[in-house]
Design a binder for this molecule. Structure first.
Ligand code: GRG
Length: 299
């Protein structure tokens, strides 16, 4: 399959729908709308929504039915990046080749933009205006899946662990802590993307288990590649400075296991993700191609 064309088409579709979910605010709150729009349309790869759509496709579902959940995941991802860049967290000035949200709108509006994107994601998920009707019970299950992945048992827990271990690595069992950080900070939302697509598309329990395994392996591979790119990537392609993990004394796969082992682990995990789909037919080809792309990407 032509992954480049697939990604272009999917990105276009997702961006059209994302725009419809961006709330229009009155003039007094226009700063908030602008700050939300700025980061939502700053050139992200849209991996999480694309995974949700591809997962639905893999079980013969209608990608249209997944679009609200896919967009909600991108809202949450965007909030996490805005907050992660704040001075209180990573204090980054650049993301995706552009000044970070707080550099343009100030810290207060950046915090609020993150808050608004997170909260609005759940308004999208719980809205009665689904383009393809969805049963209330299924909608509630999706809300739970996303909340669980984004909150203290998922991404926020992982981010907290990541911040609290900075510079204190010797006090912990580094590989175990690293695994917790990776599976929670990054893995949980990617796993949820794959699962929500599958659940909305009525995957069987066996299909859901296989797709969950795919999502877990992909999530780990994705974060290990992020660590590799921070250590060795091209800042022009990444749109942000590199080697910041070392500056922040972050625990990364590269610092804990070394660069060669990180590359090896990423490829093994991508292979395991693909292997998890062995009972799926050609409809899962986009997911297989996405696993390969995850470990070959340059940004
Ligand atoms: C602030 C609650 C909170 C969480 C932050 C996402 C995150 C957790 C931190 C960002 C820093 C980082 C490197 C996280 C790992 C996840 C990751 C690789 C994020 C970047 O995702 P991409 O590559 O980003 O999908 P784009 O720019 O393509 O949208």
């Amino acid at each position: 399959m032509n992954l480049k064309q697939y990604l272009t088409e999917r990105t276009k579709l997702i961006e059209e729908v994302l725009l419809t979910y961006l709330p229009t605010l009155p003039k007094v709150a226009e700063q908030l709308e602008s700050a939300m729009r700025y980061s939502l349309f700053a050139g992200g790869k849209r991996i999480r929504p694309i995974l949700a759509l591809a997962s639905a496709e893999a079980v013969g579902g209608d990608p249209q039915a997944v679009l609200p959940a896919a967009c909600a995941l991108e809202f949450i991802h965007t909030y996490s990046l805005i907050h992660d860049d704040l001075p209180a967290m990573d204090d980054d000035d650049w993301r995706r080749g552009q000044p970070t949200n707080h550099k343009v709108f100030g810290e207060a509006q950046a915090i609020l933009a993150g808050d608004a994107l997170l909260t609005h994601a759940f308004a999208i998920l719980a809205s009665p205006d689904y383009p393809v009707p969805i049963e209330a019970e299924k909608a509630l299950r999706i809300v739970w899946e996303v909340a669980d992945a984004a909150g203290p048992l998922g991404m926020v827990g992982g981010q907290s662990a990541d911040i609290s271990q900075e510079g204190t690595v010797q006090e912990y069992d580094a590989p175990t802590v690293l695994r917790y950080i990776h599976t929670h900070k990054t893995g949980a939302l990617l796993r949820a993307a794959v699962r929500t697509g599958a659940i909305i598309a009525e995957a069987s329990p066996e299909q859901l288990a296989a797709l969950t395994l795919y999502g877990e392996n992909l999530g780990l591979a994705f974060q290990i590649c992020d660590d590799i790119l921070d250590a060795t990537g091209d800042p022009k392609l990444l749109g942000k400075p590199v080697k910041t993990d070392a500056q922040h004394k972050k625990l990364t796969y590269v610092t804990v296991h070394g660069l060669e082992e990180a590359k090896r682990a990423a490829y093994i995990l991508a292979d395991q993700a693909i292997e998890a789909l062995s009972d799926f037919d050609n409809a899962a080809e986009p997911l297989r191609a996405l696993a390969r792309y995850t470990v070959e990407r340059q940004n």
